[in-house]
Design a protein. Structure first.
Length: 128
């Protein structure tokens, strides 16, 4: 499944994160057809991963005035439910969102690395 580095064994799925409008109302679906590229960038530049590393993380952030935002509460609820599931091996998300959403100590919630796709627009869930 290009450009994915994985997903070839049928045990991995991507799920769009939840989004909301700037006024806080929930969106019914992702801002893009697939949910990909609707990035939720770090709040501070110091939180950015992969600075200076060539690869997928060089994709530009959306404009600050974008018509969507991460719905942190619903996304955190989804991650919490997935992490509690014994059949889930790991969940990939960007480090700045892992901290922001309260999963800094959750070993199942991880960073996929600088050569993998950005995971600030979707979650990668890997099952046992």
């Amino acid at each position: 499944m290009p450009p994915h580095l994985s997903h070839g064994d049928g045990r991995e799925i991507d799920l769009a994160v939840f989004f909301q409008l700037p006024d806080g109302r929930a969106m019914r679906g992702p801002p893009s057809l697939s949910g990909y590229s609707a990035f939720e960038p770090p709040r501070r530049e110091a939180e950015r991963s992969c600075v200076g590393v060539r690869g997928p993380h060089q994709q530009p952030d959306p404009p600050a005035a974008r018509p969507w935002r991460l719905d942190a509460a619903r996304t955190a609820d989804l991650i919490r439910a997935l992490s509690a599931e014994r059949r889930v091996r790991r969940i990939f998300i960007e480090p700045h969102l892992k901290r922001r959403l309260g999963f800094a100590r959750d070993g199942k919630v991880r960073f996929a690395g600088c050569q993998a796709a950005r995971h600030d627009d979707h979650l990668h869930v890997d099952f046992l």
